[in-house]
Design a protein around this ligand. Structure first.
Ligand code: DAH
Length: 344
């Protein structure tokens, strides 16, 4: 029995010696120390020994069992550290390398302006017109007739407005004011909406003019709406859009759909009113047209002008963006030149 034990011990020592990584060491452990190992079987055979032999063999088996476990454990520790170090070395990340450049797109400056102005008017209680009331392809009725624009008005001329070839008085809208009539025909006061969008004019393209541009229209119709409301809302808009309170000027003007009509100037943001090339040395910049909705317009859409009144306004998005960022050529908005666009 003792010989057998020693033989197993020698075999185990040799196998431990030979094991050269965690895996082979695990195999050795299984072979010599597991439940089904030869060594363990010897332990089970102890019951057949004489009472004198039992303590001697028992002690020997225990001693060897502890010895082998300890040797395997020690080697295990060494291999574990070695393999861990190798893995860490292999998986090392060089954090000094530059990251991958992921280009991030920009929101187009005109879209930014539209969003900004829309937010300002939302805070002043205006909601966005439903898109179906603000079509870009329009009939003359909404672009002109219902806005009190006379039949012979020069704006209706093909020199100024794009007509579609089908001859049904279909135009590319020349102003977002078309949404006014559609909104009023389809809803009852109080009406308080803004309507941003594209407009088209048959214009020769220059640094100041493009035949496609954007406007934001506003309309407020209710009982007892007065010019004071118009002034209050539009002064507040200028303050919020240009970032600080600056002088504004309401000049009397003419639009067919408003009476009285005004054009609003803001003190030049470049020269603070001193006079410079941007404001043509006047000290003022025109930023929008507005007025009290003409009673004829209200009447034509079925709103009683003796009960209701309202104000309307319209502004050019390109112009407002150019003024805010000192951009001197409208064509820059439409050229898709990323060197320009990525500045915003
Ligand atoms: N539609 C005008 C334009 O294109 C702008 C405008 C002026 C709109 C006065 C209005 C307004 O609603 O009341 O020049």
């Amino acid at each position: 029995m003792e010989n057998k034990i020693n033989e197993i011990r020698n075999n185990a020592l040799a196998a431990i010696e030979k094991a050269d990584d965690l895996k082979s060491l695990e195999a050795v452990k299984n072979e010599f120390l597991s439940r089904n190992s030869e060594f363990n079987n010897l332990k089970k055979g102890m019951k057949d020994l004489t009472p004198e032999q039992k303590p001697v063999i028992g002690a020997l088996l225990n001693k060897i069992s502890i010895e082998l476990s300890k040797l395997i454990e020690e080697k295990n520790e060494i291999f574990y550290k070695k393999e861990l170090n190798e893995r860490l070395l292999k998986e090392k990340i060089d954090i000094t390398l530059d990251g991958k450049y992921i280009p991030i797109g920009h929101v187009h400056p005109l879209t930014q302006t539209i969003n900004e102005i829309t937010t300002i008017f939302n805070h002043l209680g205006f909601s966005l017109v439903e898109p179906k009331y603000s079509p870009e392809v329009e009939v003359e009725k909404f672009n002109f007739d219902l806005l009190n624009v006379p039949k012979e008005h020069p704006a209706r001329d093909v020199q100024d407005t794009f007509y579609c070839e089908n001859g049904d008085n279909v135009v590319l809208r020349s102003q977002t004011s078309n949404s006014q009539a559609r909104q009023m025909l389809n809803s009852k006061p109080p009406i308080k909406v803004i309507s941003p969008g594209r407009v088209y004019r048959n214009e020769s393209v220059s640094a100041r003019k493009n035949n496609l541009f954007h406007q934001i229209e506003g309309l407020y119709v209710d009982k007892n709406v007065t010019m004071a409301h118009l002034k209050g809302v539009l002064n507040e808009f200028t303050r919020l859009y240009f970032g600080q309170s600056r002088p504004t000027r309401f000049r009397s003007s003419f639009f067919p759909f408003t009476e009285p009509s005004v054009e609003i100037d803001v003190q030049c943001i470049m020269c603070q009113g001193e006079g410079c090339p941007v404001c043509s040395h006047t000290g003022w910049l025109e930023i929008l047209g507005a007025g009290m909705v003409d009673p004829n317009v209200l009447r034509d859409v079925g709103i009683d002008p003796n009960v209701y009144s309202g104000f309307a306004f319209g502004m050019g998005v390109e112009r407002l963006t150019m003024l805010k960022y000192a951009i001197d050529d409208i064509r820059l908005f439409f050229n898709d030149d990323v060197r320009f666009l990525k500045q915003f």
